[in-house]
Write a protein that binds this ligand. Sequence first.
Ligand SMILES: C[S@@+](CC[C@H](N)C(=O)[O-])C[C@H]1O[C@@H](n2cnc3c(N)ncnc32)[C@H](O)[C@@H]1O
Length: 256
Amino acid sequence: MHKEWLADTRRFWDADSEFEAKYRRICSSSDFDATQDEDESRRLWDEETDRAIPQITHGIPISADWTCLEIGCGIGRLLKALAPRCGRAVGVDLSEKMVAWAGDYLADIPNAEVRLNDGCSLSGVEDASIDFVYSHLAFQHITLFEVVDAYLAEIARVLKPGGYCRIQNWRDAPKPVGESLKDLVRPLLGRGKYRSSRLWTWAEGKKVKFGGVVFHPREWRKTLRKAGLHVVDLEIGVGHDFWMWTTSRKPSNARR
Ligand SMILES: C[S@@+](CC[C@H](N)C(=O)[O-])C[C@H]1O[C@@H](n2cnc3c(N)ncnc32)[C@H](O)[C@@H]1O
């Protein structure tokens, strides 16, 4: 599905070096951009990770026998942090380079593994086999609504009945009138698929439209519900003004 989209997306995430991958793509901010120093970058990386983990696990009763699955895991930064708290930590990512570097990054973590995926499915993951699916800093980059829908259907498939899902994505934020007008004409110009107006900067002079699709919280709840996931918590503005963190569950009485 969406060959062209997958190729574009992979081109963006297949960074040229591990330094670029870690400190310009996975963790990208003006603080990271301001330094080339490896030690300082590593310090910022650890700081960001320490900030992210409580957001991901908020309200989730992770247990030592759980299998956790991350969508868009990069080189395994968060898997490494969560692996000591669960039985197995599995990640999927569409970038071959990220997956290759994950091999090194997770070499000494026996219960963590990363697999290459097609950017929209969890094929190879068995039905009703996962206790907790999470995704951080990945859905915010998905530029097609149908890819989000495809993932949600897959999450509902792989979760055990009663299993948990926690996703971070963009919430709808007021847009300037000019942008709203552009959104109206975009489909007429055949550019409907890249709906986001956000410009993502990952290096001096390199800008690409790579902000993902945006949901109004109400619309997002509906989308999760349609996929068969029951929303138990939706937080706005945690970690970033325009972030939404949602916890949902596969109903305990769902067919496996
Ligand atoms: C900003 S990085 C975050 C990595 C990791 N979640 C972390 O926080 O350390 C985003 C990652 O998501 C991956 N990604 C983006 N879109 C994806 C998709 N549709 N399916 C799978 N992986 C995706 C990218 O290749 C990249 O490794």
